[in-house]
Design a protein around this ligand. Structure first.
Ligand code: PLP
Length: 444
């Protein structure tokens, strides 16, 4: 007999630890099943999944094609050691080389995004013979020691003092930028600042620059095209590898296969996870350019994982990529993204608590403020639980009305599965419209 919702929560809390939270008062949601853009809790309540769980179930829940592919692979060969060649690993590698931009060619498979970034910086260091890595402050690259050090946000602090040689730069965050928030558009001082830092640190010491092409949990920060074109030029000028972390913004999320296509640039190394399998199985990947791959023809690749290229995860990824293609999900995300953007802009115009909405494809955020003039955030950077009162009220309203999404400080996100329809988008946005009235009441 299945457990009740209370029993599921009790067992989880008694025997497992939850991430990024103090455990005592934490109340996890007991999730039982999911289909399309909806999921159901153990006690039978239905939620519209406006965050694709963790910005990751891009194709939507319960797709039989992916489930069947995992099953068929499990029947044949669930696992082979990572030195072995398997059909599924080879096929997936080939497809990834085809859909990624530039001359990205060879994949090094990991279990998730953090490990993909760990390996990206190890590879950049091995090939360049240099040590330092430049990363941004408003960033998240993972929870393991190295990728937590690359991370700029407070999730880094518990890992410190961590790996050496990570240098951070400011972000192209126009809404709160010290250089250009009062100007119409980004004036690219943030890019000039990157060049200053390169020179102060010494280009001969810098192996790579790592950035989330479009920043995820730190605020859907969408730089102008000139930013990345300039950054690519800086990397070429100073002989520094460009690593783009597309763990969250890759696989159609922004309306292109990969977000860097909006900027018409390609990195030397790209990391991916989440949408790679739409989370049907754990898989990350660090894909490297042909030149970097060639270096390892006669140099040892000092890295490896027991579950590298796991057959079940590779089967999930390959089937998932076929779903993106068969259902035209990339084009669909671009088209639905335009609709979502129009509707979100209307909500911004209507509600004074919305300081800014930012959107690209089905990757979007509402940034809430107490005061639209001063832009004082509704909850401060790294807000403590007691500073989240208004945001929690809004979150509760959404949940009470069947809409699940991701909240962080003064932001909440709308990142639904790419298969969502206009009607389903409107279903969630109408609840958000009413929830924002709560925020409006706190505007000074
Ligand atoms: C941009 C980015 N990079 C890396 C990671 C880490 O991935 P994982 O949690 O699979 O290790 C995340 C996770 O949210 C992410 O959003």
């Amino acid at each position: 007999m299945s457990l009740t919702a209370e029993e599921v929560i009790r067992l989880n809390k008694e025997y497992t630890l939850f991430e990024w939270t103090a455990q005592g008062n934490f109340l996890p949601m007991p999730i039982e099943r999911a289909k399309g853009v909806y999921f159901w809790t153990t006690d039978g309540k239905r939620y519209l999944d406006f965050n694709s769980q963790l910005m990751s179930v891009n194709i939507g829940h319960g797709d039989e094609r992916v489930i069947r592919a995992i099953y068929e692979q499990a029947c044949k060969l669930p696992y082979a050691n990572p030195y072995a060649a398997t059909e599924i690993r080879g096929r997936l590698g080939e497809v990834l080389a085809q859909i990624t931009p530039g001359n990205l060619k060879k994949s090094f498979f990991t279990l998730g995004g953090s490990e993909a970034n760990e390996n990206a910086i190890k590879i950049a260091r091995m090939v360049s013979g240099k040590h330092k890595i430049i990363a941004r402050y408003r960033s998240y690259h993972g929870a393991t020691l190295g990728s937590a050090t690359l991370t700029g946000d407070p999730r880094r602090w518990a890992a410190e003092p961590a790996i050496s040689g990570v240098v951070r730069v400011h972000d192209p965050y126009h809404y709160r930028c010290r250089w250009c928030q009062h100007e119409e558009a980004c004036n690219l001082n943030c890019l000039n600042h990157v060049e200053d830092v390169i020179q102060f640190e010494g280009p001969h010491t810098i192996a790579a620059i790592i950035m989330e092409t479009i920043t995820g949990t730190n605020g859907i920060i969408i730089p102008p095209k000139e930013y990345y074109q300039g950054l690519r030029q800086l990397c070429d000028k100073y002989g520094i590898f460009l690593i783009l972390d597309e763990v969250m913004c890759g696989f159609g999320r922004t309306g292109k296969w990969f977000a860097c296509e909006h900027y018409e640039i390609a990195p030397d190394i790209m990391t991916m996870a989440k949408g790679l399998t739409s989370s049907y199985a754990p898989l990350g990947n660090c894909i490297v350019s042909e030149e970097i791959a060639e270096y390892f023809d006669d140099h040892v690749l000092w890295s490896g994982l027991t579950y590298g290229g796991h057959a079940l995860s590779c089967a999930a990824a390959l089937a998932c990529i076929q779903v993106y293609q068969e259902d035209n999900l990339i084009e669909r995300a671009a088209e639905m993204g335009k609709f979502l953007a129009e509707e979100e802009d209307k909500l911004k115009a209507k509600h004074p608590c919305v300081g800014e909405v930012r959107h690209i494809g089905l990757f979007s955020i509402f940034e809430l403020v107490k005061n639209p003039e001063t832009r004082e955030p509704m909850a401060p950077f790294n807000a403590k639980p007691e500073q989240m009162k208004v945001m929690n009220e809004i979150r509760k309203y959404l949940l009470d009305n069947g809409v699940f999404t991701f909240f962080r400080w003064n932001n909440f996100f709308v990142n639904p599965p790419l298969c969502i329809t206009k009607e389903e988008l409107m279903e969630g946005l109408q609840v958000i419209d009413r929830a924002l009235e709560i925020g409006d009441r706190y505007v000074e």
